[in-house]
Design a protein around this ligand. Structure first.
Ligand SMILES: [Fe+2]
Ligand SMILES: [Fe+2]
Length: 355
């Protein structure tokens, strides 16, 4: 956490953080349920039914309970690391629960049996994930009141196509983030400063499968993946990558404690995500380009300077905030216009979680 943010010490602080509306904090969504109800999965019947059967099998039904050694592995963390870890838990639980709420609302509003079945499984998985993280906040005498969050957090309306792009990407990038952390701590168990990371391998396979579902839904509507819609694909790729990059760079200690440098970690996550997204998107961001990387670093600078200006307050602070916002927007546009890589979509849609 940057030094200018308020420390997380009470349940009220936790709720304030979970409800925060900054550009990089996780959001809650609503959508057009009638349009969702009309989705026709029959063009991909075989793949779709195979996927629903995997959910039905529920191979993680026994995963989200703690084992005996869990509590004994919880240690006292240095104060700064503890703050960043709490922030990580709160933003993770908020995004898990955001999925849970959205999927559950879609489930309630549709009659289409394909979509209803999928949304029931997704809600089941995300509610397990959110509840499991909440147990770890409870160890610190904290916790997110999920019912309260559902009732009081503000919601953003997204057309179904934006839901597809954004949700697909957040599921896949979620997989890439959890598996990268898991593999690093598998190699360096001495750096595993909290037992929750032991759960990430089977956990991220849920996220991977959630992403597969959205991949099938997009491939069943090919117009979403060509023509002018590719401008939206490009936008969502950049928005999701840039948000993650900025957010991770406000928690440098968390990555250092795991022996990961925030830059190296994020670029590794981008590589994995980009490789997976070739299943649906005929373009990808050139995250290896030095100019692209310089743009992302500049966004981090803008964000830190913005936070500092906000803490300063007064007229000067407000002017500085406005200046940083304009600088960030211009940088984002520059990144958006950076040339992308193009490729054909594969005939075989499904990908295996092999990272
Ligand atoms: Fe999840
Ligand atoms: Fe998920």
């Amino acid at each position: 956490m940057s030094s200018t943010s308020t420390a997380i010490e009470t349940r009220d602080h936790v709720m304030a953080r979970a409800k925060s509306e900054s550009l990089i904090s996780p959001r809650f969504y609503t959508t057009d349920y009638k349009a969702m109800d009309k989705l026709d999965m029959s063009p991909l019947r075989a793949e779709w039914d195979a996927m629903l059967a995997e959910y039905e099998g529920d191979n993680n039904h026994d995963h989200f309970t703690r084992d005996e050694s869990f509590t004994s592995e919880i240690r006292e963390l240095p104060p700064e690391l503890k703050q960043e870890f709490l922030d990580f838990l709160i933003s993770s639980i908020t995004s898990e629960f955001s999925g849970c709420v959205l999927y559950n609302e879609i489930r309630k509003h549709v009659d289409n049996p394909d979509i209803k079945a999928l949304m029931t499984y997704l809600t089941r998985d995300e509610s397990r994930h959110a509840a499991f993280i909440n147990l770890s906040l409870r160890d610190y005498g904290l916790g997110v009141d999920l019912a309260n969050l559902k009732a009081t957090k503000s919601y953003t309306y997204f057309k179904p196509k934006y839901i597809f792009y954004a949700t697909y990407l957040s599921e896949k990038i979620g997989y890439a983030r959890y598996i990268t952390i898991f593999r690093q701590l598998e190699r360096h168990p001495e750096l595993r400063f909290h037992p929750i990371f032991r759960w990430f391998e089977r956990w991220c396979n849920d996220e991977f499968r959630h992403g597969e579902s959205f991949a099938l839904m997009m491939r069943a509507q090919p117009h979403l993946l060509r023509g002018a819609n590719l401008l939206w694909v490009r936008f969502f790729l950049l928005a999701v990558y840039a948000t993650m990059f900025v957010r991770d760079h406000t928690r440098p200690m968390l990555h250092q404690a795991m022996g990961l440098d925030a830059d190296a970690y994020d670029y590794k996550v981008f590589d994995i995500t980009t490789e997976i997204t070739r299943q649906v998107f005929p373009l990808s961001l050139d995250t290896d380009s030095p100019r692209f990387r310089a743009g992302l670093s500049k966004l981090v600078d803008c964000s830190l300077a913005y936070t500092k200006a906000k803490a300063r307050g007064g007229l000067v602070g407000r002017l500085q905030q406005a200046g940083q916002a304009v600088r960030a927007a211009a940088t984002f546009v520059g990144l958006y216009l950076h040339p992308v890589k193009r490729h054909d979509l594969p005939a075989q849609i499904r990908v295996a979680p092999s990272w």
